[in-house]
Design a protein around this ligand. Structure first.
Ligand SMILES: [Zn+2]
Length: 332
């Protein structure tokens, strides 16, 4: 299964495809599922490329996309609207690919819309289950999607638009002797019928806690819920996170780093983001502001870390840092 996607800037290809090729996995035949946890640009770059290569895979995405508004949004990509983000464009391509597959007789290709407690894959060796979004979260996420539509196509909105993270799909992976939590960009919400509150109510750790966690939302405070660490994870689990930056805002912050290292001393930051964009004199800054939406320094590096656990390993994960991965405790 491939969860989310990113592009390797050195090859221009989806990093997951290059990796599978290196370890001798035939993506066309052996990948059974491709999952988009949500449609933020930093999670879906190259997703259409991935799905194209994984000819036998079924495509899964959040139920929040099952709305007319989302389909209209992807349609606006087809119509060439300039306002569409690259995440929307990527989804437009994915849906086009799935339409073609259906037309040529593959009725199992998806999209399969996921919500909490949905079993994604199950065999005698492992089980993959979606922990979110809850129905309350789906409703919220749909209104956030609607708010992105051009004015005349928008339905009347009753609530302030939340972020698209509301519809994020968190995954629970369980093997014979181990479990892992992939948190996507799930956040703590004001009400426990959404976000981490709703996930905790499912008690996914009841058969055994997870020894591995992909920390939610790039380690941000909004993605942190102490109950997740107390109820779903082993003590001092192996944690991973990817950094994020837009303009002068970056995640994780120094506070986030110390909170996570306190809970998971061996936590690893996978990948490196560029430094803050350079400031120029005010005239140049003004021109740059007029012609760009956001700026970032182009020195981010793709990271790669692998965690494996065999049945015989009794829950002990073997972690191997392959590229641009550093202990979070050492990040300055
Ligand atoms: Zn993200």
């Amino acid at each position: 299964m491939i969860v989310d996607s990113c592009i390797d800037p050195s090859s221009g290809r989806a990093a997951s495809l290059d990796y599978l090729k290196r370890i001798g996995v035939d993506a066309a035949k052996q990948v059974v599922a491709v999952m988009a946890t949500h449609w933020h640009d930093d999670h879906v770059r190259g997703l259409a490329q991935v799905l194209k290569a994984c000819e036998g895979a079924r495509f899964f995405c959040s139920s929040a996309f099952r709305s007319d508004e989302f389909l209209t949004l992807t349609q606006s990509y087809v119509l060439g609207a300039e306002s569409t983000t690259s995440g929307v464009r990527e989804f437009g391509e994915v849906l086009g690919l799935l339409r073609d597959r259906k037309a040529s007789g593959n009725l199992q290709c998806g999209p399969s819309f996921v919500l909490e407690n949905r079993l994604i894959e199950s065999s005698n060796r492992c089980e993959i289950k979606a922990l979110s979004p809850s129905s309350a979260a789906i409703e919220k996420a749909m209104s956030s999607i609607a708010s992105l539509l051009p004015e005349q196509q928008r339905p009347h909105l009753r609530v302030a638009a939340p972020t698209p993270n509301e519809g994020s799909v968190a995954l629970w992976l369980e093997g014979r002797s181990c479990a892992a939590l992939l948190s996507a960009d799930v956040e703590r919400q004001a009400s426990d019928d959404r976000g981490w509150g709703a996930i905790l109510a499912l008690a996914p750790g009841s058969r055994g806690r997870a020894g591995i966690v992909k920390v939610a939302h790039h380690g941000s405070e909004s993605g942190h819920d102490q109950r997740v660490w107390d109820e779903l994870l082993v003590q001092e689990p192996q944690a991973f996170l990817t950094p994020w930056r837009r303009g002068s805002r970056g995640l994780p912050t120094p506070n986030d780093r110390s909170r996570i290292v306190h809970l998971a001393p061996e936590a690893i930051q996978v990948g490196r983001i560029g430094a803050k964009p350079k400031r120029y004199d005010p005239t140049v800054e003004r021109v740059l502001k007029e012609v760009t939406q956001t700026r970032r320094a182009a020195v981010g590096r793709l990271g790669h870390t692998r965690a494996r656990c065999r049945d015989a390993d009794q829950g002990m994960w073997r972690v191997q840092t392959i590229a641009e991965s550093v202990p979070l405790a050492d990040v300055a």
